[in-house]
Design a protein around this ligand. Structure first.
Ligand code: PAF
Length: 298
């Protein structure tokens, strides 16, 4: 059950909404002048309880919380789902009100990308691995919009979901390289009962696809146990792919064991070294691409 449906009919929208950088910065300056800290959760809307857990994490780490709702055109390639990406502003505002978010930033495209704007942010190397191979534009669009949002919001902390693990690590790297004075916090992935990671794109799944979707986390979980016992990453990835194809997935882009910080691939033909690694997967169920990941410790 989507939480926002329950909330919509029981709560008045109390959250403040601003649509311009000027209005946003007036409020942020006033909070900071009063000695308050600001936590920020950037989103593309179509919120679910995974997003709300990020808002809760921001509230634990800062006095005031801002959430942005902005479907960022720069992270969609032609032919991807920019036009059909779910937009549910009223439901999102109701959920954020109920969660005690202080302010929602709802900029227009022109507010984020002023006319004639030609400046991008590229976190090289890390953006070209894993998902970057299949969506070459994607992390450049993400880094660019997040850098712009950071300059608008000027938060003390920002929270990103671990479900988008590569994105989280790229943002950490961007913040380090550019010296943004922002503490980046990862929020744990929220899952449905069968393990499916919550995602706005789960709305695309037909009923039979939704029944099969839990197989992605099941395959990653089984693989993580095998890896922690010393199985070879190449064998484990092949097993996980076979598991997904049997479960009804259309194709698998990758199941990859990587260094958790740099995202560099670990050798396929040697047991993972002692310590921590991250196993990431991306696979197609019908026309929907699902991603997920799990920590692996040996
Ligand atoms: O994870 C998302 O929803 C988006 O990639 C983000 C970080 C809000 C940038 O548009």
């Amino acid at each position: 059950m989507r939480d926002r449906i329950k909330v919509k009919f029981t709560t008045e929208n109390t959250v403040a909404v601003v649509r311009t950088r000027v209005a946003l910065q007036q409020q942020v300056r006033a909070w900071k002048a009063a000695g308050e800290t600001v936590g920020f959760v950037p989103t593309m809307g179509a919120l679910h309880s995974g997003h709300i857990s990020l808002v809760e994490k921001a509230k634990e780490n800062a006095g005031r919380t801002i959430t942005s709702l902005f479907v960022n055109p720069a992270q969609f390639a032609p032919g991807e789902d920019f036009g059909t990406y779910p937009r549910q502003e009223d439901d999102d505002l109701a959920l954020l009100s109920a969660a005690g978010c202080d302010l929602v930033y709802l900029p227009t495209v022109a507010e984020i990308y002023p006319d004639g704007s030609v400046t991008d942010v590229r976190v090289n190397a890390m953006s070209d691995l894993l998902d970057g191979i299949y969506r070459p534009h994607f992390f450049y669009g993400v880094a660019t919009v997040v850098a712009r949002l950071f300059l608008h919001v000027q938060p003390d902390t920002a929270v990103f979901g671990e479900k988008d693990y590569q994105q989280l690590q790229i943002i950490r790297r961007m913040v380090r390289d550019l010296g943004f004075p922002i503490n980046i916090i990862g929020g744990e992935t929220k899952r449905d009962g069968d393990g499916l990671a919550q995602s706005s794109r789960n709305l695309y799944l037909a009923a039979d696809e939704r029944r099969a979707a839990g197989a992605l986390f099941a395959a990653l979980h089984r693989a993580s146990v095998r890896l922690s016992l010393g199985a070879l990453p190449g064998d484990v990835s092949a097993e996980a792919e076979a598991h997904l194809m049997r479960a009804g997935f259309r194709s698998v882009d990758y199941i990859a064991l990587v260094d958790p910080g740099t995202l560099a691939l670990l050798p396929a033909d040697a047991p993972m070294p002692g310590g921590a690694a991250r196993l990431l997967g991306a696979a197609w169920l019908g026309r929907t691409r699902l991603i997920d990941n799990i920590s692996v410790t040996r």
